[in-house]
Design a protein around this ligand. Structure first.
Ligand SMILES: Nc1ncnc2c1ncn2[C@@H]1O[C@H](COP(=O)(O)OP(=O)(O)OP(=O)(O)O)[C@@H](O)[C@H]1O
Ligand SMILES: [Mg+2]
Length: 240
C-alpha cells in the first residue's frame, strides 16, 4: 500500500518552477531515495510534502489524507517529520532541549520527554556526552545526529531526510546510514534525498532520479546501477 503518493505535483519559487508534474509513490515500510544533481528539485519535493511550500498543481496523498491544503503543522501532526538540508540545530539550546523539541507535535509530560531523549542517546551514543552542551559547540556530524534524533522524536510514520551524509566523514556516514536502516526496521517509512547515490542506493528499496524538476527514471537500486546511461549521467559514473 502506498503511504505517500504524489500525482503530477508542481511547485514554484516565484516564477521558477522547481518541480514539474512529479508523480511518485512511497510504500508503507519502504526506503525510497530521490537522486539528482544540484538544483534538480530534491529538497523542493520534500518541502512540498511537508507543507513548507505549497504545490501549484497536482495532488499529494498521505494515507487517507490529501496534504495539498494542509499547514505544515497539520502535516507534522499526521506523522510526517522533515529533517531539512544543513544541520539545523538551535545554537543557543542544549542538545537535550534540541532533541526534546521534536516531540512538540504530541502531548507528552516532561518525564516522558526525558525518557524518550535518553532512548535517542541509545541510538546515537556519540552525542550523549554533550546532552547539556549548547548546539553550536557540536561538530557537523554531531549536529546532524541531533537533527535526525529530533525528527525521530516526532514518532513519524514518514521521515523525510535531506542529505544526511553531506559533509560528514566516511565513518560518520556509515553510522548515520546504519541508523536509517534501523529506523526502517522499526517500521518507519523513509524518503531519503541524497547526492551520494552509492550510499543511498545501498539502503533504499527503490530510487527516483530527477533532472531539472522532472523525473528521469525510477527503479530498484540494481536496475539503476546497471543502466549505463543513468549511472554515468546521474549516479557519479562508478559501478560501486
Ligand atoms: N528559496 C528559493 N528561492 C528561489 N529558488 C529556489 C529556492 N530554493 C530552490 N530554488 C530553485 O529551485 C530549483 C530546485 O532546487 P532544490 O533546492 O529543490 O534542488 P536540490 O535538488 O535539492 O539541489 P541540491 O542538491 O543542490 O540541494 C533550483 O533551480 C533552485 O535554484
Ligand atoms: Mg537540496
Amino acid at each position: 500500500m502506498a503511504l505517500l503518493e504524489l500525482d503530477g505535483v508542481s511547485a514554484c519559487y516565484g516564477k521558477v518552477e522547481a518541480i514539474k508534474g512529479l508523480t511518485l509513490r512511497v510504500g508503507e515500510g519502504e526506503i525510497v531515495t530521490l537522486l539528482g544533481a544540484n538544483g534538480a528539485g530534491k529538497s523542493t519535493t520534500l518541502r512540498t510534502v511537508s507543507g513548507l511550500i505549497k504545490s501549484s498543481s497536482g495532488d499529494i496523498r498521505f494515507g487517507q489524507s490529501s496534504l495539498a491544503d494542509l499547514s505544515a503543522e497539520a502535516i507534522v501532526r499526521l506523522g510526517v517529520a522533515h529533517v531539512p538540508e544543513g544541520r539545523r540545530v538551535f545554537p543557543g539550546l542544549s542538545v537535550f532541549e534540541n532533541i526534546a523539541l521534536g516531540s512538540s507535535n504530541r502531548k507528552t509530560t516532561r518525564a516522558e520527554r526525558a525518557l524518550e531523549v535518553r532512548r535517542m542517546f541509545e541510538v546515537f551514543p556519540e552525542i550523549e556526552p554533550f546532552a547539556n552542551a549548547l548546539g553550536w559547540t557540536l561538530s557537523g556530524g554531531q549536529q546532524q545526529m541531533v537533527a535526525i534524533a529530533r525528527g525521530l522524536m516526532a514518532r513519524p510514520r514518514l521521515l523525510l531526510l535531506d542529505e544526511p551524509s553531506l559533509g560528514l566523514a566516511p565513518m560518520v556516514v556509515q553510522q548515520v546510514y546504519r541508523v536509517i536502516s534501523d529506523i526502517r526496521r522499526q517500521g518507519t517509512t523513509v524518503l531519503l534525498v541524497e547526492q551520494n547515490a552509492h550510499m543511498a542506493l545501498s539502503v533504499a528499496d527503490r530510487g527516483y532520479v530527477l533532472e531539472t524538476g522532472r523525473l528521469v527514471i525510477e527503479g530498484r537500486p540494481e536496475e539503476l546501477w546497471s543502466n549505463d546511461e543513468v549511472r554515468l549521467a546521474y549516479l557519479g559514473g562508478r559501478k560501486t
